[in-house]
Design a protein around this ligand. Sequence first.
Ligand SMILES: Nc1nc2c(ncn2[C@@H]2O[C@H](COP(=O)(O)OP(=O)(O)OP(=O)(O)O)[C@@H](O)[C@H]2O)c(=O)[nH]1
Length: 249
Amino acid sequence: MLTCIATWWKAGERSRRQSRQGAAAMKAQSMCCKIVVVGDSECGKTSLLHVFAKDSYPEKYVPTVFESYSSSFDIERRRVELSMWDTAGSSYYDYVRPLSYPDSDAVLICFDIGRPETLDSVLKKWQAEVQEFCPSITVLLVGCKAELRSSGEVQDDRGPVTYEQGVGVSRRIGAAAYMECSAKTSKLGVRDLFRMAALATVNLPEKPGKGARHSLQSARQALQLPAVQEDIPACIPLRQGKAKSCTIM
Ligand SMILES: Nc1nc2c(ncn2[C@@H]2O[C@H](COP(=O)(O)OP(=O)(O)OP(=O)(O)O)[C@@H](O)[C@H]2O)c(=O)[nH]1
């Protein structure tokens, strides 16, 4: 009987040790990823972040000046620590919004599927702003409020933005991906969006002439760190030396 208990205890201790080692290895390999979310006022940025980071859809509209959120998840057994920066869509804050860009790994440019003029703004305003402050950043174009396309609520003469129009603009601005989601009706879609954004920062092929710090190789090297390595920080940036990739002018 005693031998039985001792064997059971040893087995339990072994599995606890393994899980502690697993957690330590995961911590040693965790990656930091900063995502900045921009787009016209009231296009749905804050709601996306609320649903993803706080698991709740804000019923009341409160204009944002600056806000940051954090969350974490695992990609291929590596922990990704995501920090997400919500910005003001209003042009009143055009001079302060650029403070959000330094050190970012990806920018989500959002528009409202129910308001075609917010997609026009992507070409007229947001592409240029992101290009100016983060010339080689990974950009994803995001169509928010996707459920409006089929709800019949859209008042605009042009009707809701079509999927093809979204794809067309994402190609014109050289976005890494085009995604649509509804913070109101699909938490899963919102979660997929942020996972996709984190993955895109890791997996994008190197763009010619962008320099080593933006290369896929540096991101991959970071991802392929040995399981436990004492001399690396618990959370490392996805891009080595990325601080210079986004500037304040
Ligand atoms: N129908 C619908 N409405 C949404 C959705 N997401 C947000 N909204 C509404 O759109 C309005 C603006 O949402 P916010 O998320 O605050 O917009 P924002 O882009 O952060 O706005 P600013 O802070 O002004 O830049 C609010 O009234 C939300 O309830 C959605 O998925 N579907």
